[in-house]
Design a protein around this ligand. Structure first.
Ligand code: ASP
Length: 535
């Protein structure tokens, strides 16, 4: 408050203040007159009676107004410092710091020690491409930026540091999405001699304290546990969104010998019951959607409000089949009939799509769950080789070791994922701690002994010299914080994220290197860098 009678020079200065000028004021803090109290402001009960006022920095006209909600993201990122002044970003940055502080306290309270691991290392197989770092002192050779501290934390267990954690930055060269950046942080942890439940317990505590740090009611523990097989069967996804029902049901048995040939001949027949009688136009759109996911078509039964069935396939279905589909009046049954994998894919995608489209998701619910007992291997679609589901250091379930050689596809693993409302928050596993099991896994993946030695010889050596059983986890900090902040894109909780095309509009990175640097590194650039549009 500048009162011209109390401070005439300050009043004059005040006339020159424009948006985002920085001012410094001295005066007296006094209670506001009762009619001027504003309960919506943190400082709404007091005001500053200004005696001296100084403009300490000017601002040119702004590229966008701070209270404008519709500013395009590239512009927000180009002027991130303005964007950071907005309430949303202030709130998100502070929320993130509160949560990380709570996580650190919990880890320390449980005896975990924070140990740093190298950024520049040998390639680490987490399923993405490595970012490469050339080295002037050894032209032609490259470090990889760590996709995670995975092997280092396992080495800590071998080195007797039996409870490790770190808020570790990880680098992965993969396409960016709402929940993916080139660089992100993980709460990375590892324990020696754990049961699986010990690891899950630490993570559940981390979730609970994070909620508590934000004065929110935490989810109930223990979180539900679901096997991978069940998750795929019921939700068609290994990261189920359990905030709504519409679970997938199986009709493979009941449709054997069906007069509807598509059902009779399909390896798997499954269905969803959607709680509304969908229109022809809606069904047509859903069929298109299903085809995009690989379905050949979309069989359906609509049961209208009077209970009458509207469907081109109803005439082929027996009473027993119709009975099995149990659709109440005012609902639609959607079928998937194909290989199990295709049915899971298509019905899983349809379920989520309809959940959003029909508003079936209860946004007020927080559904945490664990998915357990993943397969150890899956077939790489391109090479046809067995490849790991989590990473190659994941232990098979006890008793499944022999399957690594005899029937890799049937081996289950001790890998577990933490899911919140359909987002994968992180993954972990009990690790292989015996070198012969580790070698068998490399072999099943088609790696020759020489190749395994070249890539992981140093680690196999470590496993030979007394490795305790161990296991751990990594929780994606940005995903977790984004969900806590109610944001659907992790860029909203990262101070300086990359855009979807992988550039930083603030600094203009990435940028070409000078010829001198390239020569020093022994690198010649073949392709001209693709010109970034900045978006
Ligand atoms: N290194 C794994 C990852 O980054 C996590 C783990 O297995 O602990 O996903």
């Amino acid at each position: 408050m500048v009162n011209p009678e109390r401070a005439s020079r300050a009043a004059q200065t005040a006339h020159g203040i424009r948006s985002e000028f920085v001012v410094q004021a001295k005066g007296e803090v006094v209670p506001r007159a009762p009619e001027a109290v504003n309960p919506n402001l943190a400082t709404g009960e007091v005001e500053l009676q200004v005696d001296e006022l100084e403009i300490v920095a000017h601002s040119e006209p702004l590229p966008f107004q701070l209270d404008d909600e519709g500013v395009e993201e590239p512009l927000r990122l180009r002027y991130r410092y303005l964007d950071l002044r907005r309430e949303r970003m202030q709130r998100n940055m502070r929320l993130s710091a509160t949560v990380i502080a709570a996580i650190r306290r919990t880890m320390e309270d449980h005896g975990f020690i924070d140990v740093w691991t190298p950024t520049m290392t040998l390639g680490t197989p987490e399923g993405a491409r490595d970012f490469l770092v050339p080295v002037r002192l050894q032209p032609g050779k490259f470090f990889a930026l760590a996709q995670s501290p995975q092997l280092f934390k396992q080495v800590f267990m071998i080195g007797g540091l039996d409870r490790y954690y770190q808020i570790a930055t990880c680098w992965r060269d993969e396409d960016l999405r709402a929940d993916r950046q080139f660089e992100f942080r993980q709460l990375d942890l590892e324990l020696a001699f754990p049961e699986r439940e010990d690891v899950l317990d630490v993570l559940e505590r981390v979730v609970v304290v994070s909620f508590e740090a934000l004065d929110r009611t935490p989810p109930e523990r223990p979180f539900p546990r679901l096997s991978y097989a069940d998750a795929m069967l019921r939700y068609g996804s290994d990261k189920p969104d359990a905030r709504f029902g519409v679970e997938i049901q199986d009709a493979t048995e009941v449709t054997r010998g069906s007069e509807f040939g598509v059902f009779a001949n399909a390896e798997a027949v499954r269905f969803l019951v959607v709680p509304t009688a969908l229109s022809r136009a809606q069904l047509q759109r859903l069929e298109e959607f299903a085809k995009e996911w690989g379905a050949k078509g979309l069989a359906y039964l609509v049961v209208d409000e009077s209970g009458e069935v509207r469907s081109p396939i109803a005439k082929f279905l027996s009473d027993r089949e119709l009975e099995a589909f149990k659709a109440p009046a005012g609902s639609t049954v959607l079928f998937g009939a194909d290989s199990p994998a295709m049915v899971e894919r298509v019905l899983g995608a349809l379920r989520l799509h309809l959940g959003n489209e029909l508003g079936l998701i209860d946004e007020s619910r927080n559904e945490f769950l664990w998915v357990l007992d993943f397969p150890l291997f899956l077939r790489d679609e391109e090479t046809g080789q067995w490849t790991f589901v989590h990473h190659p250091f994941t232990s098979p379930l006890s008793g499944h070791e022999q399957l690594i050689e005899s029937d890799p596809g049937a081996a289950l693993s001790q890998h577990y994922d933490l899911i919140w409302n359909g987002w994968e928050l992180g993954s972990g596993s009990i690790r292989i701690h015996r070198q012969e099991v580790q070698e068998a896994v490399f072999k099943a993946m088609g790696m020759s002994d020489d190749e395994a030695r070249a890539k992981f010889g140093w680690f196999l050596d470590a496993l030979r010299l007394g490795a305790p059983p161990h296991g751990g986890f990594a929780l994606g900090i940005e995903r977790f914080v984004a969900l806590l902040a109610g944001e659907s894109n992790i860029r909203e909780v990262i101070a300086f994220p990359k855009t979807a095309s992988g550039s930083d509009p603030l600094t203009g990175a990435p940028a070409p290197a000078t010829q001198v640097r390239l020569d020093e590194l022994g690198i010649s650039v073949k392709a001209a860098p693709v010109k970034s549009s900045g978006t």
